[in-house]
Design a protein around this ligand. Structure first.
Ligand code: ARG
Length: 481
């Protein structure tokens, strides 16, 4: 109502001036100021449509909401509004039915494509849609809408992975493996305890994506090119219609902010670091020299030359692909760091980063689930691995401490016992009591009890430790989560 007077003069201008004799869809964007033609190579260089066409449904959704906002302030009459809505819906249906028609387009980007198609479908009324908005607030809106959906899918996949971890841990709840530091055998731990370490990591990742969702959930539409829309669109109504929790508070920030993408790529990088570490562990544990786990044929490959090989390519690719996403994070930060406010075309680079990160992350999450749900555990190999390596040396030192020896002295003494056993090529339980007593009178018959792996894991019963009762509780807490 407020802006009713604008409707007619606008029509008037169109009818009487520069549109005459031109195809309507050629005038939808920014051609007016230019006398010369664009260089062909630059035109290709400048085009983002081959990449950002993936945002088409978001662009249409945002356009529908914007049309509604324009109707509410009488920039569009109700019949014009209806026409635009119907045109946008027709376009949406066409995209869903035959997405291949997007391939034919020569448009600069997804925004010009939608507008051009709309004008082709409904004619000159379509030329009014871009009133009071800019591609700058539009692209920020599209990527936020896209990312919100993507985050829900990512969180679902992370959750699914957490479930696979819990399943594998539950099915092997009593298995003991050597725990490592410096990739050297350190102390015995429950395999379930080991797996739940990854559960913790992925749980934090899940929370990070939640946090990212919260910051993405903010409507930038209405920021215009940079100064705020020149038309008093009701941003609160737009927020409600497009399902955002908040609206941006500064138009300059709204069109130039890509923090939400940094949050996402950063959280993804960390998730991939976790996936990569798990992959590295499993490459080691499944190597024939270890053999604690056997990867399924469905996630391994053979060698073209060596007939005996069964290679863990799935895990290696996960480890390798984490590098891409970390690279994406670096690239995005570098794109942003020198940009003057507000919008600059450099920002167009963000889409490839977003899509590549999302696709790589989802692939890696999915393949890891397949690996976990199809692998076989080999308890006897894990068992054998516990025999060598003096994994119980610390328990022996702790024994002496309980008998009153200061820990440093106990450490020194057990070190000498280990050296002695190493020289004799025997294990700690093989050393006779007499020999123990030669090292210290504190040793008694009961040392042989504490030297078993079972008693070792039972001794580590602090909250967060590997004792069976703690791990049982941790597993049930994980299930609860
Ligand atoms: N394709 C552009 C991008 O992805 C859309 C925004 C264009 N804005 C502009 N002022 N040229 O960033």
């Amino acid at each position: 109502m407020i802006l009713n007077h604008l409707a007619n003069p606008f029509d008037q201008v169109q009818r009487e001036s520069h549109l005459v004799g031109k195809e309507l869809w050629n005038v939808t964007t920014w051609g007016g100021r230019f006398a010369g033609k664009m260089d062909e190579a630059f035109e290709r260089f400048n085009r983002s449509f081959p990449i950002d066409k993936r945002l088409i449904l978001e662009d249409i959704e945002g356009s529908l909401a914007h049309a509604e906002a324009l109707k509410s302030i009488a920039v569009l009459t109700p019949p014009e509004f209806k026409e635009i809505v119907s045109g946008l819906h027709q376009l949406k249906d066409r995209v869903k039915e035959a997405p291949s028609f997007l391939e034919e387009s020569k448009d600069e980007d997804v925004h010009t494509f939608v507008e051009t198609q709309l004008v082709k479908i409904i004619g000159k009324t379509g030329l009014k849609l871009h009133t009071g908005r800019s591609r700058n607030d539009q692209i920020a809106l599209d990527t936020r809408l896209f990312l919100k959906r993507a985050l829900i899918e990512v969180q679902g996949q992370v959750k699914q992975l957490m479930i696979e971890i819990v399943n594998l841990a539950s099915n092997n709840s009593e298995l003991i493996i050597p725990g490592f530091t410096h990739l050297r055998k350190a102390q015995p731990i429950l395999f379930a305890h080991y797996l739940l370490a990854y559960f913790e990591m992925f749980f934090r990742d899940h929370q990070r994506f939640q946090d990212c969702f919260r910051r993405t959930n903010c409507l930038p539409l209405g920021a215009g090119a940079l100064a705020g829309s020149g038309f008093p669109v009701n941003r609160e109504a737009l927020r409600k219609q497009l399902g955002f929790a908040q609206i941006t508070h500064n138009s300059l920030d709204a069109v130039s902010d890509r923090d939400y993408l940094v949050d996402f790529v950063s959280a993804s990088s960390l998730t991939l670091v976790h996936l990569s570490r798990l992959a590295e562990d499993f490459i080691i544990y499944s190597a024939p020299e270890f053999g604690w786990i056997e990867l399924s044929d469905c996630v391994t490959t053979g060698s073209s030359l060596m007939p005996q090989k069964k290679n863990p390519d799935s895990l290696e690719l996960i480890r390798g692909k984490s590098a891409r996403v970390i690279g994406n994070l670096t690239q995005l930060l570098i794109v942003l760091k020198g940009l003057p406010l507000t919008y600059n075309k450099d920002l167009q680079e963000d889409k490839e980063i977003l899509f590549d990160t999302l696709d790589t992350l989802l692939d890696c999450l999915n393949i890891t689930q397949v690996i976990l749900s199809t692998l076989q555990v080999n308890p006897s190999a894990a068992h054998r691995a516990l025999e060598e390596g003096f994994l119980n040396a610390t328990d022996l030192a702790d024994y002496l401490v309980r008998k009153g020896l200061p820990f440093r002295e106990a450490h020194e003494l057990v070190g000498r016992i280990v050296l002695n056993c190493e020289n004799q090529r025997i294990k700690l339980p093989d050393l006779p009591l007499d020999d123990y007593q030669h090292f210290s009178v504190l040793f008694e018959e009961d040392i042989f009890e504490i030297l078993s792996v079972q008693s070792s894991i039972e001794a580590h019963s602090v909250h967060g430790g590997t004792s069976p009762s703690r791990v049982t509780k941790a597993l049930s807490d994980a299930k609860e989560i």
